[in-house]
Write a protein that binds this ligand. Structure first.
Ligand SMILES: [Zn+2]
Length: 68
């Protein structure tokens, strides 16, 4: 996987079609963030769970918000 970090676009793979998307991670936000983003390719909703670690590295978990 590519590099992950705050205040930049971070790549993630769509949970439905597997295409790469990216999400901007705001380092001034909460350390744990959860929100939905529609895939730019298949438009289905990915539930993203971002975790910003102490060293400002970023973990992204992607799940299907529902089976569409
Ligand atoms: Zn997709």
């Amino acid at each position: 996987m590519d590099e992950f970090g705050i205040n930049q676009e971070n790549p993630y793979d769509c949970a439905f079609c597997g295409e790469e998307n990216s999400v901007f991670v705001d380092g001034s936000g909460a350390r744990v963030q959860q929100f939905t983003e529609d895939c730019t390719v298949c438009c289905r909703p990915n539930l993203l769970k971002l975790t910003i670690e102490r060293d400002d590295s970023v973990n992204i978990d992607v799940e299907r918000e529902y089976d569409a």
